[in-house]
Design a protein around this ligand. Structure first.
Ligand SMILES: *Cc1c(COP(=O)(O)O)cnc(C)c1O
Length: 386
């Protein structure tokens, strides 16, 4: 499928066809795993577009083309992990630069910012960017990058991307959005005005909990060239096999996200009606403080549900250990449903006092709702809660 097709076809069609030209030498419909490090040259410097796989590899190119198309952008680069992609964005900054970032980022992102980049002289302002909070007073002359993750994890607060984009554009600041939780099937930050999208393709894009990877997407050619230079110089590329797996996942992404959202909404409704549940957090529900923003910028509510049980830490830990279909595990975004206790697992490194301040209670349970039968999933939770 050629590049201009991305304006002619909708998301589900692009997911299947973008970057998937039949192989020119054999006609293979699926882009093969080009498991090669180097490429023959007919004379010095004369190549067929590939010379060394750190620089470019056809399997990686195919995945990057497809992902860029889904995010309605021109450029994408695939990396060995989500963190490797985020690392490259930060490496474009210089000592003295400041980053304005959301205050409940993915733990690994927070660790990268504070333990690797802060000692190099880059300063961070962590602020709650969600809802109608006004971040403008926190924007300083040195602020070069705004970093947003929406919905946030695990409280599913929603950040208004278009509003942040207006502020960043007016002040000539780059806006990066970590779109891992929504995926391009449900949210297109670049269409809403963001300059950069990053992904952990480990999650919904791969979708089957069988690969670790990451990506940067941008429509800005200058930024792309800088990222590409860093990728080629530092080398944290996505390998051919992982590129193949991630691209294969991408083809069913819109279909899976539809089911993730449908199941999550059904389960959230069930939990709302359950006597043992104190509070359910789901961005598309009328009682969610940011549901209007969510409905404006997301195609659906997504596959993540958080809820507080009527009871404390011990009871919550007991419930997450009792499910049969929901696997007790960290991570998210796979076809299989996962359950976890943020206070004891994904967010355990945050001191208890700080967790409480953020509203992250020990009664909180997080679900990554898979694509199984919704009634089976509800039955499983009903048993664990009883
Ligand atoms: C998992 C995750 C990351 C990190 O990605 P890895 O592939 O694990 O390196 C970054 N951001 C978000 C929102 C994530 O969920």
């Amino acid at each position: 499928m050629t590049d201009n097709s991305q304006t002619r076809f909708r998301t589900a069609t692009r997911a299947v066809h973008s970057g998937s030209e039949p192989d020119p030498s054999t006609g293979a419909v699926v882009v093969p795993i080009y498991q090669t490090s180097t490429y023959a040259q007919s004379s010095p410097g004369v190549t067929k577009g590939y010379e060394y796989s750190r620089t470019d590899n056809p399997t990686r190119t195919a995945f990057q083309t497809a992902l860029a198309s889904l995010e309605s952008a021109r450029y994408s680069l695939a990396f060995a992990s989500g963190m490797a992609a985020i690392d490259v964005v930060l490496k474009t900054l210089r000592p003295g630069d400041r980053v304005l970032a959301g205050d409940d980022l993915y733990g690994g992102t927070y660790r990268l910012f504070t333990t690797l980049f802060q000692p190099l002289g880059i300063e961070f302002d962590f602020v709650d960017l969600s809802g109608d909070f006004d971040p403008e007073p926190y924007v300083r002359p040195e602020t070069k990058l705004i970093w947003a993750e929406t919905p946030t994890n695990p409280l599913l607060k929603v950040i208004d991307i278009a509003r942040l984009a207006a502020i960043s554009r007016a002040k000539n600041i780059i806006l990066a959005v970590d779109n891992t939780f929504m995926s391009p099937a449900l949210q297109e930050p670049i269409t809403l005005g963001a300059d950069i999208v990053v992904h952990s393709t480990t999650k919904y894009i791969g979708g089957h909990s069988d690969t670790v990877g990451g990506a940067i997407v941008t429509d800005n050619e200058e930024l792309y060239q800088r990222f590409k230079t860093i990728q080629n110089s530092a080398g944290a590329i996505m390998g051919p096999f992982d590129s193949f797996i991630a691209h294969r996942g991408l083809k069913t992404l819109p279909l899976r996200m539809e089911r993730h959202s449908q199941n999550a909404e059904k389960i959230a409704r069930f939990l709302q009606g359950h006597g043992g549940v104190r509070r359910v957090i789901y961005p598309f529900f009328d009682d969610h403080p940011h549901h209007e923003i969510a409905r404006r910028q997301q195609r659906s509510g997504g596959g993540m549900v958080s809820f507080e049980i009527d009871g404390g830490r011990e009871k919550a830990l007991d419930i997450v250990a009792k499910t049969e279909i929901f696997t007790l595990a960290e991570s998210l975004g796979g076809v299989e449903s996962l359950i976890e206790h943020p206070g004891a697992m994904t967010h355990a490194s945050i001191p208890a006092g700080v967790r409480a301040e953020k509203g992250l209670s020990d009664s909180l349970i997080r679900l990554s709702v898979g694509i199984e039968d919704a009634d089976d999933l509800i039955g499983d939770l009903e048993k664990a809660l009883s």
